[in-house]
Ligand binder design. Structure first.
Ligand code: GLC
Length: 548
């Protein structure tokens, strides 16, 4: 295979070239002392050094054995929850023909209505499990998962008489074991069985992000370089880079096409998808071969990244100054000189946002489209924006400032609110279609999801603020195990176990483990983080929180 040559040619396009990173010396991160004992300043130096190298190549296999979590062998006492979490995570493994291929969404045998959670491997839910296994030196299951889902992508996908795009990745799959005939069969869902019949736009993006994480962590370039993986990536990219009627570089989506998989008014250009889109494009860039087929995609990605980062950083960003500007917007402006480009009517700004917005801090709002700005906070989109460097370093700092300033609202007693604030009453009726699961401060409508802890922790490490992650992890440790690893919590402060939350939700367990392992060894961050690309610096001048 002529891989290394191929990969090094991508250095010009993206300095995240995998092969270049693989040649970097392994950064010597001191692991004797507990991470907690080190001072913050020491940490930020380490993190900065680490960022300079993007992520360090540290073959996970050298770091740890196969059955014992690496955390358990450190010189400091691991939290008792860690061992319990590993046991539960291993119990959630799903096998296909004797090989582990994923983890089931929840292992809640106490629950009466298991619905489609039992035995089903959700692509997005497997990501934190995969990261935990990679960090623990167990890449095989991740490789199996990547190959199995790739195989499923090749299936013909039909809803009634309509065929979906070739590149669509499944939302989930399950393995049917026929004990009598001793056969295993795979069944995939591309949205045709999902409640609401929505295709998961995020699955393909997570797949690419995970392929990069696998490659980074193992140093095994050969998987990403296979014909199958190259084709799989190109098919996903063809779907989201296709030209159409769009006037924006953002990706137009249906409601419920991501982690929030029910109607929640996120149709249009949801931040959750835009951030994952951006990250997947950046992850694909150094992995794509520059052969006849790959080259064209590389060029399209570079152009799209440029336009997308400009659009997001300019129009989705909200801070005190920007809010004040929108508040004073003139409307009905025509032509290129318009300041209020999307004709947002200031009266449509909800009251809550004026109080919520701190003087210090800012965030990417939920959605921007003609005459519509969704001012809600979405945790996943903002944290992925930090990890992918869609957010400039200043914006990343401002997002972390906001989390600190609005701790009670966004973290409360259980990290982390999926969105803020909840929608209620008439608005809830219109927006959710009277969804009884998404009542105010529950589930997707302002519920608190422990799985988001891993994303928060990664963003904290990247921005040099591990103390925030530590505070959040402590909150989770007070309750998670005792409560049986619920899927989500309800209430303004996230104090109550969710109305219909499953117990032993796998991604709540894996999310906790990933957060712990990353905090203990921040070199893991490189698996899920991308350095800022200097070529994408915005030219526009923005408000104060950008430079504070
Ligand atoms: C719920 C969540 C979705 C998740 C699934 C399985 O439908 O909204 O994000 O993938 O449960 O845990």
């Amino acid at each position: 295979m002529d891989g290394p040559k191929e990969a090094s040619s991508s250095v010009e396009i993206d300095d995240l070239s995998l092969s270049r990173l693989l040649n970097k010396p392994k950064l010597n991160i001191e692991r004797q002392r507990s991470f907690d004992e080190r001072s913050l300043s020491e940490l930020s130096i380490n993190v900065r050094a680490l960022e300079g190298y993007d992520s360090i190549y540290s073959p996970a296999g050298y770091r740890s054995g196969f059955d014992t979590p690496s955390t358990a062998r450190n010189s400091f006492e691991p939290h008792p929850m860690v061992a319990e979490a590993w046991d539960s995570l291993r119990r959630s493994l799903v096998h296909f023909r004797g090989q582990p291929v994923g983890t089931i969404a929840a292992n809640d045998h106490g629950s009466e209505e298991i619905l489609n959670y039992d035995q089903v491997v959700f692509v997005r839910d497997f990501v934190p499990s995969a990261l935990a296994f990679l960090m623990n030196g167990e890449p095989e299951i991740v490789k199996n998962f990547l190959l199995k889902t790739l195989h499923l992508q090749g299936w013909e996908k039909k809803i009634d008489r309509f065929t979906l795009g070739e590149g669509v990745m499944p939302a989930s799959f399950k393995v049917l074991h026929d004990a009598g005939r001793k056969t295993d069969t795979l069944i995939a869902d591309f949205g045709e069985s999902a409640i609401g019949r929505v295709a998961p736009v995020d699955s393909g993006f997570w797949w690419i992000i995970l392929l990069r994480a696998y490659t980074k962590s193992t140093g095994d370039l050969s998987l990403a370089e296979t014909h199958e993986c190259q084709k799989g990536m190109r098919l996903i990219l063809a779907l989201c880079l296709s030209e159409g009627f769009d006037t924006f570089p953002t990706l137009l989506c249906a409601d419920g096409c991501s982690m929030i998989d029910r109607r929640m008014g996120i149709y249009g250009y949801p931040i959750e998808i835009q951030a994952l889109f951006f990250m997947a494009l950046r992850c694909a860039l150094p992995m794509l071969k520059h052969d006849a087929e790959g080259k064209e995609f590389v060029e399209r990605i570079v152009k799209r990244l440029h336009a997308l980062s400009y659009h997001m950083r300019s129009y989705f960003w909200l801070d005190f100054q920007q809010l004040n500007d929108i508040y004073r917007y003139k409307t009905e402006e025509y032509s290129h000189t318009a300041v209020n480009k999307f004709n947002v009517i200031p009266d449509s700004i909800p009251d809550w946002v004026f109080d919520f917005m701190p003087t210090r801090g800012g965030y990417f709002i939920g959605n921007v489209s003609p005459a519509r700005m969704d001012f809600r906070w979405f945790a996943l989109g903002n944290l992925v924006a930090i990890l992918s460097s869609l957010a400039t370093p200043e914006q990343s700092m401002a997002i972390m400032d906001l989390i600190e300033e609005r701790w009670e609202e966004l973290v409360g007693e259980m990290p982390l609110k999926i969105t803020y604030p909840a929608i209620e009453n008439h608005e809830w009726r219109i927006v959710t279609g009277c969804d009884p699961k998404n009542t105010r401060w529950s589930y997707h409508n302002g519920g608190s999801w422990p799985v988001l802890l891993w994303l928060l922790t990664a963003a904290c490490i990247k921005t040099g603020r591990p103390q925030i992650a530590r505070r959040a992890i402590e909150l989770a440790e007070n309750r998670l195990l005792k409560d049986g690893w619920p899927e989500y919590y309800d209430g303004k402060l996230g104090r109550y176990i969710g109305k219909q939350a499953r117990k032993f939700q796998t991604w709540s367990i894996a999310g906790y483990l990933v957060a712990k392992m990353m905090l203990e060894d921040p070199s893991h961050l490189g698996m899920v983080s991308l350095e800022e690309d200097k070529a994408m610096k915005p030219l526009i001048k923005r408000s104060n929180s950008w430079t504070c």
